[in-house]
Design a protein around this ligand. Structure first.
Ligand code: CP
Length: 325
């Protein structure tokens, strides 16, 4: 399998976004352009959503070989609102379950003139592997890759933060939970680094701490309360039990809530205007209490709204790159 860190091929020689495999290697200018484009798709609640013809005549295939609610629904809606034809395959309905290789699935769909593959897979390297094997004018968008990368989640988190705090360089961001197995944390930390944030604090229970080489410049602690002091942004993560083989060493739900759960008392240690984020799916009263998840500092539903806008922006960007080649 091709190295998952390889990302040279996601940009064209002239710097256009052809594939989105990881945020690593993208510049601040590109991220800002995607965030600005996403913002242009946002509409006040209660009004009609943004629509355009940018993907008219194009076909988007959503290939989800791992469960998803938010990412899958938002990529589908994004493509439809931009006038694309859309097909959806998941692990239970594709012929991969009968032993077909991922590439044969891709070649089958390419024969039906699919232009954009949106791929979620539990194995590292699959989006890059597909990107290396698709036709010249086909794009691959990573919709969640093992514990490696979730770039559109990183973008939607950046957009949500930017709506509250214009300057990324002055931010203190605390990420709490199973960072060892989190593609969300990795993509957010990459995005924050690109945007100039220097104070990223990682908090995880024993056994779930990350390889800090993957988080250059970030600090790690087991001490949640001190990490929250002065934070502008707090993100809670769930334990990714589907990626953990040895579950007997994990804290129980009650122990997790007691030691690492985001409670109202803990949120009060952060800045008074701090925002509370969670990528979902949420385990209420484990990593976050309902009082916090539904409370005044929570931006969790706004993250979902922003996710649709970000996916529209990414689809628009790869379409523009294709048109300009
Ligand atoms: N945050 C996220 O990726 O959610 P889904 O698994 O529901 O897509």
């Amino acid at each position: 399998m091709k190295s998952v860190e390889s990302q040279a091929e996601q940009l064209t020689p002239s710097g256009g976004l052809r594939h989105l495999l990881t945020l690593e290697g993208l510049g601040r200018e590109m991220l800002t352009r995607l965030l600005d484009q996403a913002s242009s798709y946002l509409r006040p609640s209660g009004t009609r959503p943004a629509r355009d013809e940018a993907l008219s005549g194009m076909t988007v295939a959503n290939l989800f070989f791992e469960p998803s609610t938010r990412t899958r629904a938002s990529f589908e809606l994004a493509a439809k609102r931009m006038s694309a034809d859309v097909i959806n395959l998941d692990v239970n309905t594709s012929s991969r379950i009968k032993g077909e290789s991922i590439l044969d699935t891709i070649y089958t769909l390419q024969a039906m003139q699919v232009d954009v593959f949106v791929v979620r897979d539990a194995s590292a390297g699959i989006p890059a592997f597909i990107a290396d094997n698709v036709g010249e004018y086909t794009s691959v968008l990573n919709a969640g890759e093992a514990d490696i990368s979730h770039p559109t989640q990183g973008l939607l988190d950046l957009l949500t933060i930017r709506q509250e705090q214009e300057r990324f360089d002055a931010l203190s961001v605390t990420i709490i939970g199973d960072i060892a197995h989190s593609r969300v944390a990795r993509s957010l930390a990459q995005g924050l680094r690109i945007m100039g944030t220097r104070d990223v604090r990682l908090v995880a229970p024993p056994g779930l701490q990350p390889d800090m080489e993957l988080y250059p410049g970030a600090e790690f602690t087991h001490d949640l309360d001190s990490a929250l002091d002065g934070s502008h942004v707090i993100m809670a993560l769930r334990m990714q039990k589907e990626r953990i083989r040895e579950k007997s060493t994990l804290p129980s739900d009650e122990e997790y809530l007691r030691d690492y759960g985001l409670t109202a008392a803990r949120v009060r240690r952060a800045r008074p205007d701090a925002i509370v984020m969670h990528p979902g799916p949420m385990n209420r009263n484990v990593e976050i209490t309902s009082e916090v998840a539904d409370g005044p500092r929570s931006v969790i539903t706004r993250q979902v709204t922003n996710g649709l806008a970000v996916r529209m922006a990414v689809l628009a960007e790869v379409t523009r790159t294709r048109r300009d080649r």
